[in-house]
Structures are given as C-alpha cells and as structure tokens.
Design a protein around this ligand. Structure first.
Ligand code: RIB
Length: 290
C-alpha cells in the first residue's frame, strides 16, 4: 500500500504570550520563532517518522523551499509538490504559558490546488493505496471523488472544521480522525460517544476516531467502541499534537496493528509532541516511543 498525503504546507510564526490576545487588546509577545508546519506537512512527517513510506502532494510559494527540505530530511517523498505563483501558506500561532495555542491561518499556495494538479498528483496511485487529507487545501471534494474513483482508501482529518466539510462526499471516507470540535460540527452533538454513533449511522463504512485531549481518544468501527487513555505529561506546546496522533494512528493501522494498539501508539507519540516547542519539529521519531 502506497500512502499519498495531499495536504497543506505552512510557515508557522509562533508567538509566546502569557495569555492569548483579547479582542481590542494590543500586547507584546515574549518571543517569536519560525517553524515548518501545516497540518499536511506535520502529518506526513508523523507517518514517515513512524516508519511509513509517504509521498506528499501540495503547493508552496517560492519562499517555501525549507518546507520541502524539512520533509525530505524526514524521509518524505516530495517529488509531487509544486511551486505556485501564490505565497506559501502561513500560520500565526499564539502559545500561552499553559502550552495551549490559537491559530490564524493564511491559506496562500495551499488554496491553489486545481483540477489539473489533482490529476497530476493522483496519476500514479490506485486501488490498494491510501490518500490522507486534512482541511487546509482547496478543491477537497474533487480530490476525494477522484481518489475514490481510482480505488484509493481515504483517511480524512477534517481539521480545521468549516461548514464546507458537510458538502464534501463524506460517504467516500474510510477513516475519520477528528477532535471533539470537529465531531460536534459533523454530528451536531457535543458528547463524543454520541457524536461517534451519529457519524457512524451516517457513514457506516467508516472507522471513526475522536481525540479527547487529556481524556484520551476513542474509536468506533462496525459497532465496536475502543477507548484509549492519554499519557500524562507536562505540556509545553500542544501545537501539532493532533497531527502527530493522526499520523501515528494511520501508520499503526497500515502496519497491521489492532485498533487498540494503533490508538496507544498514537497517544504515546502525541504525549511526546506536547513536551516540545513547534509543530513539525516536535513530532517524535518511532524509536523515541520505545
Ligand atoms: O496543527 C498544527 C498546524 O495547524 C500548524 O503547524 C499550523 O500551520 C496549522 O496548520
């Protein structure tokens, strides 16, 4: 099985603050760091560092070369990534003293995904391969439809949540990995187990994973519910914890682990991720989990 992650590539501008800026407030940041990021890039690195062979498709602007270098150093195949005339996507991230974050996104080149590029990127993939998606690039519905018509399995992390997700052909998704906010957006229900049940009723073909922060995660598939605890650590920066979880969970499934063991692998990786600063840089290597 070949893995294609069709996803975002961002430059992350990370501002350390004691607490997040409030509406109408001006405040000084304690520091600024610039990191590689983007949910797509982070998840490709997580899958590669977990041991999977991964190809990444997506677009950067002309100043995005260091994002490709980051992926290449992590062992990700970047040959499908193209350079757009539009600026590289970026994220303005505040990280507070508790390690929490809030993120403002500028899509840039991530929103320059058109039909011709989709066809070029998917051309070498087909039945038995897996497509991995997040929700930070344009033309999502078309990518899903075209990948499925080629026979690919599809994993979707519907993050960040937007109402447009509800217009995607979600009946074609094989694996959903989402947090509580995204689960509520898709199901209309706040309580995670009830949300998983409702999503399973609408999309009975899919494995549904919901991450619950410090309360762990759950997976509902074909009527079987599996729960996983979160490992307790001192969080420094929670950015990319969800991406690390998604990448490691998928890597676990692809290598044949049970749902329980794949959730456990993902929980251990995410716990290490939150003890480090940055997004891509904080994704652990597999050997660090042992
Ligand atoms: O999930 C974390 C990521 O979200 C950051 O790297 C940022 O680029 C945004 O895409």
């Amino acid at each position: 099985m070949r893995i294609l992650n069709f996803g975002s590539l961002n430059i992350d501008y990370v501002y350390r603050v004691d607490s997040f800026v409030k509406p109408g407030e001006t405040k000084a940041a304690q520091s600024l760091s610039v990191f590689p990021g983007g949910k797509g890039l982070n998840q490709s690195l997580a899958m590669a560092r977990a041991g999977l062979a991964v190809a990444h498709a997506g677009k950067v602007g002309k100043e995005g070369g260091f994002l490709l270098e980051t992926l290449q150093k992590g062992g990700v195949d970047t040959r499908l990534i193209e350079t757009s005339a539009i600026a590289t996507g970026h994220a303005i991230i505040q990280v507070d003293d508790k390690g929490g974050n809030c993120i403002l996104l500028f899509g840039g080149a991530n929103q320059d995904i058109d039909e011709h590029y989709i066809d070029r990127a998917l051309a070498g993939f087909g039945s038995g391969d897996m497509l991995v998606l997040q929700n930070e690039i344009s033309s999502m519905a078309s990518i899903i439809s075209k990948a499925k018509s080629r026979g690919m399995a599809i994993a979707l992390n519907p993050s960040p949540y937007s109402e447009s997700i509800l217009s995607y052909p979600l009946e074609l998704i094989d694996i959903f990995i989402m947090n509580e906010i995204e689960a509520e957006g898709i199901s209309g229900t706040h309580e995670p187990e009830a949300a998983a049940s409702l999503i399973a009723r609408s999309f009975p073909q899919a494995r549904i994973v919901i991450t619950l922060g410090e309360n762990g995660s759950l997976c509902l598939y074909k009527g079987e519910l599996v729960r996983q605890k979160a490992y307790k650590v001192q969080a420094v920066d929670t950015t990319a914890a969800g991406d690390t979880f998604s990448g490691y969970f998928l890597a676990g499934l692809v290598e044949g682990l049970s749902t329980k063991n794949a959730l456990d692998l993902a929980a251990r990786a995410a716990a290490i991720c939150v003890t480090r600063k940055g997004a891509a840089d904080s994704v652990p290597w597999r050997k660090e989990l042992e």
